[in-house]
Structure formats: C-alpha cells, structure tokens
Design a protein around this ligand. Structure first.
Ligand SMILES: [Zn+2]
Length: 106
C-alpha cells in the first residue's frame, strides 16, 4: 500500500492546519504542536536537554503571544517547510513525519 499523501491542506479558523490524507484520515495540527515537534537540528538539540536543566526559565514573549503558522510551502514531493509567527522557519516536515505526529494522538 502506498504511503498516504495529503489530498487537501487547509487552515482552520482556530489557526490549526488540517490535512486530509489519501487514506481517508483527517488530522489537525496546531501551531504549537508543529512548533514543538520542529525537526530542525536546533530544536532537536533543545528538546534533548531535560526540562529540569533550567528550573528558573520563564516563558519568553514568543511563548506568551499566540503562535500562528505564517507559511507552509512544499519542499520537493515529500516535505513541507513551515514558517511560524515567532520567526522560526528552518523545520522541514516530511510527510512521514506529519503522519507520525497523527499516530502519536497529539
Ligand atoms: Zn526548529
């Protein structure tokens, strides 16, 4: 069976991105979910640091203001580059990875 591919991608009123997959699944991705799952090297490195490493860290302005997706452009046939309102745009999300985020049930 071929890997599922997006049939439609649309932006919902609540700022989430909704993807209708070729296998019939419909999945919503909130900006926060995608941002926290950003696959770029910098974010992966940050996530590998235990949260307890800096107990005094407070939320920065970027975390307090509503996060939105400002751009989503195809990269080749199998990935999307997603730009966020906090200025971060170095994450390349493959279709496989986007499907994994669904399977996680988050
Ligand atoms: Zn990143």
């Amino acid at each position: 069976m071929p890997a599922p591919r997006p049939q439609a991608i649309r932006r919902r009123d609540d700022a989430a991105i909704e993807i209708v997959w070729s296998d019939g699944a419909t999945a919503a991705y909130t900006p926060r979910l995608l941002r926290e799952a950003c696959p770029c090297a910098t974010c992966r490195e940050q996530r590998s640091i235990p949260a307890t490493a800096n107990p005094l860290q407070v939320l920065g302005p970027a975390e307090l203001s509503p996060l939105t997706i400002v751009g989503m452009e195809p990269v080749g046939q199998y990935a999307y580059k997603i730009s966020f309102s906090d200025g971060h745009d170095s994450g390349i999300y493959t279709l496989d990875y986007l499907r994994e985020l669904v399977v996680d049930g988050r």
